[in-house]
Design a protein around this ligand. Structure first.
Ligand code: H79
Length: 468
C-alpha cells in the first residue's frame, strides 16, 4: 500500500501534460475542420521575459480596453467594415465629420475605469484604419487635422489615467490600411507586394516607427498592445528591432504577444480559455456585447453575472481580463457599458482579497468551482456561483487543517465538518462547509479557507483503504 503526499506543483505538471494532449487533439481537429481554435491562444511569447517587470501586470487582474475611433460615428465595425468591403473607404472616411468628441470627459472615463476595479487601461491610439487619436506628425488621418474634434484626444485621456494611478497601455495596429505606403487596402485589393517594392515598404516602416516613437516619447506607456501582426512575417515587420527600440530607456515596458512573438504575455481574444493556459502571463480581451467599438445596433450585452463569470474564470486560471468598452463618437459612454463596469467594480471591491495579487487556483477535482490562492498559498478562496441546495459546499483532498472558513467581504465565520477521515492514515477526507443563505452574494459568494500552511493537495489514486 503506497501512499504519497503530492504537493501542488506535481499536480500542476500533470495538468500541463493533460493540456498538451488536448492542444494536440485540438490541433488535429482544427486540421480536419471540426473546430476553429480561438485566435492567438498559442501565440509564442519570449522566454526571457523579466519577471520583475511583470509583477504589477500579474497582480492587476483587470484592465479596461477602449476602442474609440471613426467607426463609432456610424456604429459600424472598426476598420473591418471597409476592409471587408461592406462600404467604400471613401464612405468610411466620411465619418471624420462626425467624430466630434464634443462630450469627451477624460477624467470621467478614468474615474469609471478606476471604479470598475481595473488597474490598467489600454486605448486604441490607432486601429487598422489608420485613424490616429493623437497629434501625429506622420500623415493627416488623425483627430486633430481632419476630424470634427480638431483636438488631440489621446493626451488628456492618458493624463487622466495617470492621475488616477492607472497603468497605461497603448494599442497600436501594425497594419494601416489607409496608408498608401501599406501593402493591404481591402480584402480584394493589395497595393503591392513587399518583394516587388521593398523601398515603398521601408517607407511604410519609417512612417510606422515614427509614430511609435512619438507615442513612446509623448506618453511613456507601461504597456504596448500590438494588433494585426498576422499580415506579415516577423522579418518584414522587423519586430525584434521594434521591441529593442521601444524598450530602449524604458526596459520595464510590457509588450503583448502580437508583435510576431516578440512579446511578454499571451493575448487570447474572445475565446475564454477552457483549459488553464500554459503561459505564465496572459490576458483575455473580451467585448461587453459583440463589438469592440460602439455599435448602436448591437444590444447583445453580457449580463453582469456573465461578465463576472468570465472575470472569475480568468483569475482562477491565473490570467487577466481586458474588458472592452466602446465610447460614442461624442465621447459619451453608453449607460449599459457604465453599469456593467460599476457592477463588476463593486463586486471586486467587496472581494478584493480574493482577487488582486492572487495566484491561480486548484484543480476542479478538489472543489466544484473556480478558486484562487493567496500569494503565500495559505488561504484558498472558493468562488461559489450558485446557492448550494443543502447549504453546504464541499472541498476534497486538502491535506491541510482548515483553521478557519469565512465569507469574504461579509466576515461570517463558517462551521465545517469532515467525513470519511480515518485517524490512522493520511487520506484527508471530505470537508463540508456551511454557507448560510444570508451570506450569499448576488454574483459569487467567496469563501476563504485559512490553512495551517501552504496548501497541500492529496492526489493519491486510491482513497483511504486500498482494497484491490
Ligand atoms: O481590435 C479588435 C479587433 O478589430 C482586432 N483585435 C481586437 C482587439 C481583430 N482583428 N482581427 N481579429 C480581431 C480577428 C481576425 C481574424 C482574422 Fe485571421 C484575420 C481572420 C483572417 C485574418 C487570424 C489571423 C486568423 C487568420 C489569420
Amino acid at each position: 500500500m503506497e501512499r504519497q503526499m503530492i504537493v501542488f506543483r506535481i499536480l500542476e505538471t500533470k495538468n500541463k501534460m493533460k493540456h498538451k494532449f488536448s492542444s494536440l487533439l485540438l490541433g488535429f481537429m482544427c486540421f480536419s475542420g471540426t473546430i476553429v481554435k480561438s485566435q492567438d491562444t498559442t501565440a509564442k511569447i519570449l522566454k526571457d521575459t523579466d519577471h520583475e517587470k511583470m509583477v504589477w501586470f500579474k497582480q492587476a487582474k483587470l484592465g479596461i480596453f477602449i476602442h474609440w475611433g471613426l467607426y463609432a460615428v456610424d456604429g459600424i465595425s472598426e476598420s473591418w467594415s471597409f476592409y471587408n468591403e461592406y462600404l467604400s473607404h471613401e464612405d468610411y472616411l466620411k465619418q471624420l465629420s462626425g467624430f466630434t468628441a464634443a462630450n469627451f470627459k477624460p477624467k470621467e472615463w478614468a474615474k469609471l475605469i478606476k471604479d470598475s476595479g481595473a488597474k490598467y487601461s489600454v486605448i486604441t491610439s490607432k486601429h487598422h484604419d489608420g485613424f490616429a487619436l493623437w497629434n501625429t506628425n506622420y500623415g493627416h488621418l488623425n483627430a486633430v487635422s481632419h476630424a470634427a474634434a480638431k483636438k488631440d484626444v489621446l493626451s488628456p485621456l492618458i493624463d487622466a489615467l495617470k492621475e488616477k494611478e492607472l497603468k497605461v497601455g497603448i494599442y497600436f495596429s501594425l497594419p494601416d490600411w489607409s496608408s498608401d505606403l501599406y501593402t493591404h487596402f481591402t480584402t480584394s485589393k493589395r497595393r503591392y507586394a513587399i518583394e516587388q517594392d521593398p523601398q515603398r515598404w521601408q517607407q511604410y516602416l519609417n512612417y510606422m516607427n515614427g509614430q511609435l516613437l512619438e507615442l513612446k516619447n509623448n506618453y511613456t506607456p507601461d504597456l504596448w498592445w500590438f494588433d494585426g501582426d498576422w499580415e506579415h512575417p516577423p522579418e518584414a515587420w522587423e519586430s525584434t528591432k521594434i521591441r529593442t527600440s521601444l524598450l530602449k530607456g524604458a526596459p520595464n515596458t510590457i509588450i503583448n504577444s502580437r508583435l510576431t512573438g516578440q512579446g511578454d504575455y499571451q493575448t487570447p481574444e474572445i475565446g475564454v480559455p477552457v483549459y488553464r493556459p500554459e503561459a505564465k502571463y496572459w490576458e483575455l480581451c473580451m467585448t461587453l456585447n459583440d463589438s469592440w467599438g460602439y455599435q448602436q445596433t448591437d444590444n447583445n450585452y453580457k449580463t453582469s453575472q456573465q461578465v463576472i463569470d468570465i472575470f472569475v474564470d480568468c483569475i482562477s486560471k491565473g490570467g487577466n481580463l481586458l474588458l472592452d468598452i466602446g465610447p460614442k463618437a461624442d465621447g459619451s459612454i453608453d449607460p449599459i457599458q457604465k453599469e456593467r463596469l460599476l457592477e463588476l467594480g463593486s463586486w471586486i471591491r467587496k472581494h478584493h482579497k480574493a482577487v488582486y495579487g492572487t495566484e491561480k487556483g486548484i484543480p476542479y477535482e478538489h472543489f466544484y468551482g473556480p478558486t484562487t490562492l493567496s500569494k503565500d498559498k495559505q488561504t484558498l478562496f472558493l468562488f461559489v456561483r450558485d446557492i448550494p441546495k443543502d447549504g453546504k459546499i464541499v472541498v476534497k483532498g486538502i491535506s491541510n487543517t482548515i483553521h478557519r472558513a469565512y465569507v469574504v467581504g461579509n466576515g461570517s465565520i463558517l462551521s465545517q465538518n469532515k467525513i470519511a477521515k480515518l485517524y490512522w492514515n493520511k487520506y484527508p477526507g471530505i470537508s463540508y462547509i456551511d454557507l448560510p443563505i444570508e451570506t450569499i452574494d448576488t454574483y459569487y459568494t467567496v469563501v476563504a479557507l485559512v490553512l495551517d500552511g501552504p496548501i497541500e493537495l492529496y492526489s493519491e489514486l486510491n482513497g483511504a483503504v486500498e482494497q484491490n
